[in-house]
Ligand binder design. Structure first.
Ligand code: ATP
Ligand code: LTN
Length: 325
């Protein structure tokens, strides 16, 4: 059975983009493959973080994973910092990675832009990500579009390592959905919806109330003209709403274009708000139930133990190959 691995940063409240582009695919994959899902708290440290806030966000993200449908009996859910093999392998892989290739990473350039001082960890972030993936002999990595470049880098590092030291790593492939891999910001539909955007109206959080969701979608920026058709290049705002609607309601783009032919943007927004609420409201309620009733520490401790059992074997193989064991 192929192994699947993916991770989400506890860097804020999970957005509709995270859900449609990543989390819902994690849930589907757990029925087909052996799955490992990680709360990547070490990655979240690459930008300044208050320790108490980080702890709280780890807990909320664990509840979101479970509320969205991750079943800890099927998939291994764990916190990255509880499996020290991630940091250890990251160092070994840093010695196999080049300044040039890391300098080309778009996420680094975007997150470093305009800052006076940038942590080295932000630069080496994709190497830690490669360690996450390679520790589990992962074949498939479901991610949103923005992570494609990081998975390519992980493949390059794994191939380079295998060429030098023999067949140590499984070389993974990314799995990026055709639709929904890049949900756009509601206020600026040419930018990615992101949980670290300081403007709350730009994203829908999985913890937003139905009223908040309704308000944000009704205020979403749309395009000139009045036709409702899927055309991301010329109609980014309307196309984003159509994608969100299609993935939330299960109706194809062709069906939606037919339903909304001759109707106005207001109708599209109202309908989109109602289908998004229908998907997110049960998850939001479940998050609060879980936070009150589930021993998350126990679930995560069990996940970490299962993850370590796999990760420690891979790390040992790498250490032996490199001559440090
Ligand atoms: P941040 O804004 O803090 O960088 P983020 O919202 O991009 O965070 P991540 O934790 O970096 O979230 O991403 C978790 C997963 O969600 C990744 O697979 C990523 O590709 C996916 N993802 C993030 N934003 C979107 C989006 N707007 N549309 C589709 N997928 C997304
Ligand atoms: N960098 C990813 C989060 C992440 C990840 C991973 C994703 C960390 N390690 C391993 C897939 C596989 C992001 O979404 N920003």
């Amino acid at each position: 059975m192929a192994r699947v691995f993916s991770g989400i940063q506890p860097s804020g409240v999970i957005t509709l983009g995270n859900y449609l582009g990543a989390l819902q695919h994690f849930v589907a994959r757990q029925y087909e493959h052996e799955a490992f899902y990680c709360i990547v708290d070490l990655h979240a440290l690459t930008l300044p973080k208050d320790p108490a806030v980080l702890r709280e966000q780890v807990k909320i993200l664990a509840a979101v994973y479970l509320a969205a449908g991750i079943d800890p009996q099927r998939a291994t859910l764990f916190v990255q910092s509880q499996v020290p093999e991630h940091s250890e392998l990251a160092w070994l892989l840093q010695c196999m990675s080049y300044l040039g290739e890391l300098s080309r990473m778009v996420q680094f350039k975007e997150k470093a832009e305009g800052k006076d001082s940038v942590a080295v960890g932000l630069y080496t972030y994709p190497v830690l990500q490669a360690a996450d993936i390679l520790l589990y002999d992962t074949s498939l990595v479901p991610v949103g579009e923005d992570q494609r470049q990081h998975i390519e880098l992980c493949r390059d590092i794994a191939l380079r390592f295998n060429q030098r030291f023999g067949d140590v790593f499984v070389v993974p492939e990314h799995q990026v959905a055709k639709l929904g891999a890049r949900i756009m910001s509601l206020d600026e539909p040419t930018k990615k919806m992101s949980k670290s955007n300081p403007v709350p109206a730009s994203y829908i959080s999985l913890l937003d109330t139905p009223e908040q969701i309704q308000k944000k979608i009704m205020r979403a920026v749309t395009d000139v003209g009045s036709e409702i058709k899927y055309d991301p290049e010329h109609k980014p705002g309307v196309s984003n709403l159509l994608v969100i609607n299609s993935l939330s309601s299960g109706r194809s783009m062709a069906v939606l274009e037919e339903i909304f032919a001759g109707r106005g943007y207001g109708d599209l927004k109202k309908d989109t708000a109602s289908v998004v609420i229908a998907v997110l409201e049960p998850i939001r309620r479940e998050v609060y139930n879980i936070l009150q009733s589930t021993d998350l520490d126990a679930v995560l401790a069990e996940g970490a133990a299962k993850a370590r059992a796999v990760a420690s074997v891979t790390l040992r193989r790498v250490q032996e190959a490199m001559g440090v064991r």
